[in-house]
Write a protein that binds this ligand. Structure first.
Ligand code: HEM
Length: 495
């Protein structure tokens, strides 16, 4: 009994000390600890990071430090200072943050893991000649998975369903075939992988924040186990589908060269599955959703695709000569890509603003950039930032618009869906190519419309801020059927 009381007393003392200890020092950013000892702002941060950080920005400006679950997190929201953070790999460490997340989300530890060598390995596959091959494979696999859908098998009939599920499942399956492959060409395996992945993906944000309930943890771990199993390759004597297996094999060889133990090799496959397949489907959903709910944007994209179809190599030109579709994609990503870029401060560091003011970052704290708030949703850079404007990234002459200003100064970063600097998304070209191929395929093969012409886009799930592409709460109901052979893209739906 006496020991319990003593322990409780010691715990209370520690909490009080932690609460009392931290004070703002000279030149440090404004400090906002919140009222709850130790926890600070963790709950509000996790519930809706965009809302919470907007509130803090209004209160403190572009740089401030908040307490969240015992940690002090400095948040920087001035894009003109992002380079100073992204270029400093000495004082600001990416590795320790990713290690923690790997453990929490994927139950994965890789003591010898070297992100730089993994990045170099990734680049071999997702840049240059290998990229061309992967994109071709993706194109074929998209057609293959599309041919297995209800709509392709019952050409005359209208099908109905949720657009999010439709986009996510098709892009996931095609991406999985392209990078991972299935055993003995058994495409039914894709259904199981997709279903397990969605269960797991739905709980990832909670796993990362360690806020899952016991039942949710059990579900997530169950899905993880099944995915590890499914991803660990084919049984003896079975073969995998062509290109996928070679990427996966090469990744295994890379892990072996880093002396990653066998169990961790298995688990790392799920991390790769999430990195490579977790964002493109949701991005395609928002893009098509915005087109369906903005008829003038749909008309402009259809007109561009029509003119592509008149060319000799429409699919090759799809990647190069589609300024309207590119602008729609950039605008979609501006509105719905919301990664938090996080670093551990491993040495005290001074950050300087454009106006010459200096801020001291304390060793042991975290530093976060949230490009979603600025530049992407910054009203001084983008007028009416919450509105979808399909031509926001187009100049009057129809070319790509790259110049955006804040306070008269041209911004280096006006949209940062892929991050920036040394950790910028390696798969961005592959992602863009896949999304464009998918949208082209949908618009040229399908009659696609909203079930209810008055419906609007579903709201964003606010707990996903910080995890790449956002996902909706609910879905957008659509109906679709295979286009009759005689019809063209000319028809524009007016609401
Ligand atoms: C719309 C789709 C996608 C979006 C919005 C996106 C976004 C991002 C962002 C913001 C980062 C940087 C994270 C940070 O700095 O902490 C990142 C990293 C990464 N992405 Fe993507 N991504 C997408 C699709 C893909 C695809 C399809 C692949 C691969 C096929 C991929 C592979 C990677 C890899 C390997 C990294 C880690 C880079 C490194 O740490 O060096 N991404 N992605």
């Amino acid at each position: 009994m006496i020991w319990t009381v003593l322990l409780l007393f010691k715990g209370l003392l520690a909490v009080i000390l932690i609460y009392k200890r931290r004070c703002r020092r000279e030149n440090e950013p404004p400090l906002d600890k919140g009222y709850i000892p130790w926890l600070g702002h963790a709950l509000e941060f996790g519930r809706d990071a965009a809302k919470f950080l907007s509130r803090m920005k209004k209160k403190h400006g572009d740089i401030f430090t908040v307490r969240a679950a015992g940690r002090y997190v400095t948040v920087l929201l001035d894009p003109n200072m992002y380079d100073a953070v992204l270029s400093d790999t000495e004082a600001l460490d990416f590795k320790s943050v990713s290690k923690v997340l790997m453990q929490r989300m994927f139950s994965l530890t890789m003591p010898n893991h070297d992100p730089a060598s993994e990045r170099a390995w990734m680049k071999q596959h997702f840049h240059g000649p290998s990229l061309v091959q992967l994109c071709e494979s993706m194109q074929n696999n998209l057609q293959l998975v599309f041919s297995t859908t209800d709509v392709a098998q019952n050409p005359q009939q209208w099908s109905t369903g949720g657009l999010f599920s439709f986009c996510y499942s098709l892009l996931f399956r095609a991406g999985y075939l392209t990078l991972f492959g299935v055993c003995e060409n058994d495409v039914t395996q894709l259904d199981t992988v997709y279903e397990e992945f969605r269960k797991f993906d739905g709980l990832l944000a909670k796993l990362a924040r360690q806020t899952e309930k016991r039942e949710e943890r059990r579900m997530a771990r169950g899905a993880q186990e099944r995915l590890w199993q499914l991803l660990s390759g084919c049984g003896a004597g079975q073969s995998t589908r062509a290109l996928g297996s070679s990427w996966q094999r090469s990744y295994l060889e890379h892990l072996q060269s880093e002396e990653v133990e066998e169990e961790s090799q298995r688990r790392a496959m799920l991390l790769q599955l999430w990195v490579t397949q977790g964002n493109a489907g949701p991005a395609a959903f928002w893009l098509l959703g915005f087109l369906l709910t903005h008829p003038e944007a749909m008309c402009a994209v259809r007109a561009e695709i029509r003119s592509l179809q008149l060319q000799r190599h429409p699919l090759a030109n799809l990647q190069k000569h589609t300024p309207v579709l590119d602008s729609v994609l950039s605008e979609t990503l501006r509105l719905r890509a919301a990664a938090l870029i996080t670093r551990e401060v491993v040495q005290d560091k001074v950050l300087q603003t454009g106006a010459g003011q200096e801020y001291l970052l304390r060793r042991g704290d975290r530093l976060c950039l949230f490009p979603f708030l600025s530049p992407q949703m910054d009203p001084q850079i983008h007028r009416e930032p919450e509105k979808f404007k399909y031509d926001r990234f187009l100049n009057a002459d129809g070319t790509e618009k790259k110049d955006f200003f804040k306070g008269g100064v041209r911004m280096k970063y006006c949209n940062m869906p892929w991050g920036a600097g040394s950790n910028m998304c390696v798969g961005r070209h592959f992602a863009v190519s896949g999304i464009k191929q998918f949208v082209y395929m949908m618009l040229t093969n399908l009659d696609l419309e909203l079930c209810d012409q008055q419906s609007t886009m579903p709201p964003v799930n606010p707990s996903r801020y910080g995890f790449g592409m956002l996902q909706p709460i609910g879905d957008l109901e659509i109906r679709y059927r295979l286009k009759p052979a005689s019809s063209s893209l000319e028809h524009c739906h007016r609401r």
